[in-house]
Design a protein around this ligand. Structure first.
Ligand code: ADP
Ligand code: MG
Length: 214
Protein backbone atom coordinates (compact mmCIF):
# COMPACT_ATOMS: atom_id res chain seq x y z
CA UNK A 1 0.00 0.00 0.00
CA UNK A 2 1.15 3.53 -0.80
CA UNK A 3 0.85 6.59 1.43
CA UNK A 4 -0.73 8.36 -1.55
CA UNK A 5 -3.61 5.82 -1.43
CA UNK A 6 -4.52 6.67 2.17
CA UNK A 7 -7.38 9.10 2.86
CA UNK A 8 -5.02 11.68 4.37
CA UNK A 9 -4.25 15.37 3.87
CA UNK A 10 -2.13 15.88 0.75
CA UNK A 11 0.48 17.87 2.68
CA UNK A 12 1.33 14.75 4.67
CA UNK A 13 1.82 12.74 1.48
CA UNK A 14 4.01 15.51 0.09
CA UNK A 15 6.16 15.63 3.24
CA UNK A 16 6.53 11.84 3.17
CA UNK A 17 7.52 11.97 -0.45
CA UNK A 18 10.14 14.65 0.30
CA UNK A 19 11.60 12.13 2.78
CA UNK A 20 11.54 9.51 -0.01
CA UNK A 21 8.79 7.54 1.72
CA UNK A 22 6.14 6.02 -0.55
CA UNK A 23 5.26 2.45 0.56
CA UNK A 24 3.82 1.64 3.98
CA UNK A 25 5.56 -0.95 6.15
CA UNK A 26 3.44 -3.83 7.55
CA UNK A 27 2.78 -2.19 10.91
CA UNK A 28 1.88 1.08 9.17
CA UNK A 29 -0.52 -0.67 6.79
CA UNK A 30 -2.22 -2.43 9.69
CA UNK A 31 -2.37 0.43 12.17
CA UNK A 32 -2.94 3.60 10.13
CA UNK A 33 -6.39 2.76 8.66
CA UNK A 34 -7.78 2.04 12.17
CA UNK A 35 -6.07 5.08 13.66
CA UNK A 36 -7.60 7.27 10.94
CA UNK A 37 -11.03 6.20 12.25
CA UNK A 38 -10.08 7.73 15.63
CA UNK A 39 -9.83 4.27 17.22
CA UNK A 40 -7.62 3.48 20.18
CA UNK A 41 -4.69 1.32 19.12
CA UNK A 42 -2.52 -1.22 20.90
CA UNK A 43 0.26 -2.20 18.54
CA UNK A 44 3.37 -4.30 18.80
CA UNK A 45 6.11 -4.84 16.27
CA UNK A 46 9.84 -5.24 16.40
CA UNK A 47 12.38 -2.42 16.42
CA UNK A 48 12.98 -0.91 13.00
CA UNK A 49 9.55 -1.82 11.59
CA UNK A 50 8.38 1.78 11.24
CA UNK A 51 6.23 2.36 14.31
CA UNK A 52 6.92 6.10 14.46
CA UNK A 53 5.09 6.94 11.24
CA UNK A 54 2.35 4.47 12.18
CA UNK A 55 1.27 6.99 14.82
CA UNK A 56 2.65 10.28 13.48
CA UNK A 57 0.78 10.09 10.15
CA UNK A 58 -2.73 9.56 11.63
CA UNK A 59 -1.99 12.02 14.44
CA UNK A 60 -1.06 14.83 12.05
CA UNK A 61 -4.01 13.99 9.80
CA UNK A 62 -6.43 14.29 12.71
CA UNK A 63 -4.93 17.62 13.76
CA UNK A 64 -5.15 18.98 10.22
CA UNK A 65 -8.68 17.80 9.52
CA UNK A 66 -10.55 18.08 12.84
CA UNK A 67 -11.29 21.18 14.84
CA UNK A 68 -9.30 21.77 18.04
CA UNK A 69 -11.12 21.20 21.34
CA UNK A 70 -9.08 23.92 23.05
CA UNK A 71 -7.08 26.93 21.88
CA UNK A 72 -4.50 26.85 24.64
CA UNK A 73 -3.94 23.21 25.55
CA UNK A 74 -1.80 20.93 23.40
CA UNK A 75 -3.81 18.74 21.02
CA UNK A 76 -1.42 15.80 20.92
CA UNK A 77 1.12 14.41 23.37
CA UNK A 78 3.66 11.77 22.42
CA UNK A 79 5.55 10.17 25.30
CA UNK A 80 8.80 8.29 24.84
CA UNK A 81 10.88 6.46 27.49
CA UNK A 82 14.12 8.45 27.07
CA UNK A 83 15.13 11.90 25.85
CA UNK A 84 17.09 10.38 22.98
CA UNK A 85 14.02 8.49 21.74
CA UNK A 86 11.84 11.56 22.26
CA UNK A 87 14.28 13.57 20.12
CA UNK A 88 14.12 10.99 17.32
CA UNK A 89 10.33 11.02 17.32
CA UNK A 90 10.33 14.82 17.42
CA UNK A 91 12.50 14.85 14.28
CA UNK A 92 9.93 12.71 12.46
CA UNK A 93 7.05 14.91 13.67
CA UNK A 94 8.88 18.01 12.37
CA UNK A 95 9.23 16.38 8.94
CA UNK A 96 5.55 15.49 8.73
CA UNK A 97 4.17 18.87 9.91
CA UNK A 98 6.40 20.85 7.51
CA UNK A 99 4.43 23.45 5.50
CA UNK A 100 1.44 23.30 7.85
CA UNK A 101 0.52 25.65 10.71
CA UNK A 102 1.03 22.93 13.32
CA UNK A 103 3.68 23.72 15.94
CA UNK A 104 5.55 21.03 17.84
CA UNK A 105 7.90 21.22 20.83
CA UNK A 106 10.20 18.81 22.57
CA UNK A 107 9.83 18.75 26.36
CA UNK A 108 12.37 16.46 28.02
CA UNK A 109 14.43 16.07 31.16
CA UNK A 110 18.00 17.38 31.06
CA UNK A 111 16.95 20.66 29.41
CA UNK A 112 16.63 23.89 31.38
CA UNK A 113 13.26 23.72 33.15
CA UNK A 114 12.39 27.41 32.75
CA UNK A 115 13.27 27.37 29.06
CA UNK A 116 10.90 24.45 28.61
CA UNK A 117 8.18 26.28 30.54
CA UNK A 118 8.67 29.20 28.12
CA UNK A 119 8.13 26.86 25.16
CA UNK A 120 4.92 25.61 26.77
CA UNK A 121 3.60 29.17 27.07
CA UNK A 122 3.66 29.37 23.26
CA UNK A 123 0.89 26.77 23.26
CA UNK A 124 2.34 24.19 20.84
CA UNK A 125 -0.21 21.91 19.19
CA UNK A 126 2.02 18.87 19.60
CA UNK A 127 4.32 17.98 22.47
CA UNK A 128 6.86 15.19 22.29
CA UNK A 129 8.43 14.42 25.63
CA UNK A 130 9.43 12.20 28.48
CA UNK A 131 6.84 11.33 31.13
CA UNK A 132 8.85 12.61 34.11
CA UNK A 133 9.35 16.12 32.75
CA UNK A 134 5.79 16.37 31.44
CA UNK A 135 4.43 15.34 34.86
CA UNK A 136 6.62 18.03 36.50
CA UNK A 137 5.12 20.75 34.29
CA UNK A 138 1.62 19.43 35.01
CA UNK A 139 2.26 19.53 38.75
CA UNK A 140 3.53 23.10 38.45
CA UNK A 141 0.44 24.09 36.42
CA UNK A 142 2.53 25.20 33.46
CA UNK A 143 0.77 22.65 31.31
CA UNK A 144 -2.88 21.59 31.10
CA UNK A 145 -4.11 18.61 29.12
CA UNK A 146 -7.89 19.01 29.28
CA UNK A 147 -8.08 19.67 25.52
CA UNK A 148 -5.85 16.75 24.58
CA UNK A 149 -7.16 14.88 21.54
CA UNK A 150 -4.36 12.35 21.12
CA UNK A 151 -2.21 10.60 23.70
CA UNK A 152 0.50 8.39 22.25
CA UNK A 153 2.84 6.13 24.19
CA UNK A 154 5.87 5.06 22.19
CA UNK A 155 7.87 2.12 23.52
CA UNK A 156 5.30 1.68 26.26
CA UNK A 157 7.01 -1.50 27.48
CA UNK A 158 10.28 0.36 28.12
CA UNK A 159 8.45 3.24 29.75
CA UNK A 160 6.95 0.81 32.26
CA UNK A 161 10.30 -0.95 32.78
CA UNK A 162 11.85 2.42 33.58
CA UNK A 163 9.20 2.98 36.27
CA UNK A 164 7.05 5.73 34.78
CA UNK A 165 3.75 4.22 35.98
CA UNK A 166 2.99 7.03 38.42
CA UNK A 167 3.74 9.77 35.87
CA UNK A 168 1.59 8.04 33.26
CA UNK A 169 -1.28 7.89 35.75
CA UNK A 170 -0.98 11.65 36.39
CA UNK A 171 -0.94 12.41 32.66
CA UNK A 172 -3.88 10.09 31.97
CA UNK A 173 -6.01 11.55 34.75
CA UNK A 174 -5.47 15.14 33.54
CA UNK A 175 -6.05 14.34 29.88
CA UNK A 176 -9.54 13.15 30.53
CA UNK A 177 -11.47 14.29 27.47
CA UNK A 178 -13.98 11.68 26.36
CA UNK A 179 -13.00 12.23 22.74
CA UNK A 180 -9.37 11.41 23.48
CA UNK A 181 -7.76 8.89 21.18
CA UNK A 182 -4.98 6.85 22.73
CA UNK A 183 -2.36 4.76 20.97
CA UNK A 184 0.20 2.48 22.60
CA UNK A 185 3.13 1.15 20.61
CA UNK A 186 5.77 -1.25 21.86
CA UNK A 187 7.96 -4.21 20.94
CA UNK A 188 5.86 -6.53 23.12
CA UNK A 189 2.40 -6.47 24.67
CA UNK A 190 2.64 -9.71 26.63
CA UNK A 191 3.92 -8.39 29.97
CA UNK A 192 1.38 -8.26 32.78
CA UNK A 193 2.29 -4.61 33.43
CA UNK A 194 1.46 -3.65 29.83
CA UNK A 195 -1.89 -5.42 30.01
CA UNK A 196 -2.81 -3.60 33.21
CA UNK A 197 -1.84 -0.23 31.68
CA UNK A 198 -3.82 -1.04 28.58
CA UNK A 199 -7.06 -1.53 30.47
CA UNK A 200 -6.59 1.81 32.23
CA UNK A 201 -5.60 3.89 29.19
CA UNK A 202 -7.37 2.39 26.18
CA UNK A 203 -11.05 2.18 25.19
CA UNK A 204 -11.91 -0.95 23.13
CA UNK A 205 -8.53 -0.83 21.39
CA UNK A 206 -7.77 -2.28 18.01
CA UNK A 207 -4.99 -4.78 18.73
CA UNK A 208 -2.29 -5.16 16.12
CA UNK A 209 0.75 -7.38 16.28
CA UNK A 210 3.34 -7.75 13.54
CA UNK A 211 6.37 -9.94 14.33
CA UNK A 212 6.31 -8.75 17.94
CA UNK A 213 9.28 -9.79 20.03
CA UNK A 214 8.61 -11.23 23.49
P1 ADP B 1 10.50 1.46 15.09
O1 ADP B 1 9.94 2.58 15.91
O2 ADP B 1 9.49 0.38 14.82
O3 ADP B 1 11.77 0.90 15.70
P2 ADP B 1 11.13 3.55 13.22
O4 ADP B 1 9.84 4.27 13.15
O5 ADP B 1 12.19 4.16 14.05
O6 ADP B 1 10.91 2.04 13.66
O7 ADP B 1 11.63 3.36 11.72
C1 ADP B 1 12.82 2.64 11.44
C2 ADP B 1 13.44 3.15 10.13
O8 ADP B 1 12.59 2.82 9.03
C3 ADP B 1 13.63 4.65 10.07
O9 ADP B 1 14.87 4.94 9.51
C4 ADP B 1 12.51 5.14 9.16
O10 ADP B 1 12.85 6.31 8.45
C5 ADP B 1 12.34 3.96 8.22
N1 ADP B 1 10.96 3.86 7.70
C6 ADP B 1 9.83 4.00 8.40
N2 ADP B 1 8.74 3.85 7.62
C7 ADP B 1 9.22 3.61 6.38
C8 ADP B 1 8.58 3.40 5.11
N3 ADP B 1 7.24 3.39 5.00
N4 ADP B 1 9.37 3.20 4.03
C9 ADP B 1 10.72 3.22 4.14
N5 ADP B 1 11.38 3.44 5.31
C10 ADP B 1 10.64 3.62 6.41
MG1 MG C 1 10.35 3.39 17.73
Amino acid sequence: MLFSELPIDHRIVKNLSTAQLSDLTDIQAQAIPHALLNKDILAASKTGSGKTLAFVVPMVNRLLTQRALSKADPRALILAPTRELAKQVYGVVRQIVANTTLQANLIVGGENYNDQAKLLRKNPHIIVGTAGRIADHLNDKQLFLHGLELLILDEADRMLELGFVEQLAIIHSQADHRKRQTMMFSATIEQAQIKEMTTVLLKSPQKISVDASN
